[in-house]
Design a binder for this molecule. Structure first.
Ligand SMILES: Cc1cc2nc3c(=O)[nH]c(=O)nc-3n(C[C@H](O)[C@H](O)[C@H](O)COP(=O)(O)O)c2cc1C
Length: 335
């Protein structure tokens, strides 16, 4: 059952959630979303511990409002989780693994634990283990995709079969009508990733945003192609030159793919990025950035602009009306 109070419990004006979009997250993005009344997030999985400490401090400097700190459990994350709690993170958000070993630590640290799931089985296990908020990720989602069910189906199943835990909906959401639809379907919040990749504050190279804005219907593909760095994990990307060349070659196996060992891009520190790497085009990379993993959800077809995160949150929040000054409450019907 939907929890209409989730936003209030998390300290938000609106149940609009910026997904942790890997290295594209930035203090500027998370703070802009949180300052606009939504929930911003930082992804720590690919940052060194000193970088994690620095980005959390910078985000805290830019906003006094809550933001979430995310880790992917495909790797051990004890260090990052304890750094997050030491930094006073109020919301820890996990994905891709078993969150139960982290429940006690997160609660003892005074924080709430959110966990993204791709199936009812995962949702049930997380809820029984003490996770506070579930994020139902539909197969339409950009980035790494945990399950196989469309959001509509997964959300309905989790709401029915895993009662008592608020569920935020994610995957393919692009505009305020999508937000209104998932809330009407019983979600306690709406989570958007690809849409926030097109916020000005996102830490991505302009070509990545241009490719999303230019994407038409059916231009994303669910694949395991960009598997260097994170093997055996399905992900949704734009069908770019690397995907097309591989398809044209008859979808050969790893080791025999076109340009398998090409250096596609180079970091400002000289770090090479090979074709089929899981790395996204961030502004510090030089090279053929269009050929890198351009993670994007099915909602990309309906994203038509790059804009300030605050403007985006304001538009997505229209279904909830205007917040009343200082209370964070909203005026229903005020659109
Ligand atoms: C570029 C990109 C990077 C992502 N990185 C992470 C991550 O580090 N941690 C995580 O929990 N989810 C990650 N995700 C998945 C999102 O949390 C979310 O499920 C997804 O973006 C929702 O679908 P949408 O992109 O269609 O809105 C990523 C998604 C994208 C597009």
């Amino acid at each position: 059952m939907a929890d209409p109070d989730l936003a209030r419990r998390l300290g938000l004006d609106y149940p609009i959630v910026q997904a942790p979009i890997g290295s594209a997250t930035s203090p500027a993005l998370a703070a802009a979303v949180s300052n606009a009344g939504g929930l911003g997030s930082l992804a720590l999985s690919w940052r060194r511990p000193d970088e994690s400490v620095a980005v959390m401090a910078e985000t805290r400097r830019l906003t006094s409002r809550p933001f979430a700190v995310n880790v992917v459990l495909a790797w051990p994350q004890d260090v990052q989780v304890s750094l997050a709690l030491d930094a006073g993170a109020g919301i820890v958000w996990t994905f891709w693994g078993d969150p139960r070993p982290y429940v006690r630590t997160v609660h003892d640290g005074g924080a709430i634990l959110m966990h993204s799931v791709g199936s009812v089985r995962e949702a049930r296990s997380a809820a029984a283990g003490g996770v506070d908020v579930l994020v139902a990720q539909g197969v339409e989602a950009g980035g790494h995709v945990r399950g196989v069910d469309p959001l509509r189906v997964l959300l309905a199943q989790i709401l029915e079969q895993v009662p008592g835990v608020p569920v935020v909906a994610a995957g393919g959401l692009a505009d305020e009508d999508d937000v209104a639809a998932v809330i009407a379907a019983g979600a306690s919040g709406a989570c958007l990733g690809t849409r926030f990749l097109c916020a000005r504050e996102a830490n991505v190279a302009p070509i990545y945003q241009q490719q999303i804005v230019a994407a038409g219907p059916g231009t994303t593909v669910l694949t395991r192609l960009f598997n260097k760095g994170w093997p055996d994990a399905p992900h949704r990307v734009l069908r770019n030159s690397t995907v097309r060349a591989w398809e044209t070659a008859g979808c050969p196996p790893d080791g025999q793919r076109p340009g398998e060992y090409d250096r596609v891009a180079t970091g400002s520190d000289g770090r090479p990025v090979e074709r089929y790497s899981d790395t996204i085009p961030t502004p510090d990379l030089q090279g053929d950035l269009e050929a890198l993993a351009l993670y994007a959800g099915e909602g990309a077809a309906r994203i038509d602009r790059v804009e300030a995160a605050a403007d985006l949150v304001r538009r997505l929040a229209r279904p909830f009306g205007r917040p009343r000054a200082s209370t964070g409450e909203t005026t229903p019907g005020d659109r």
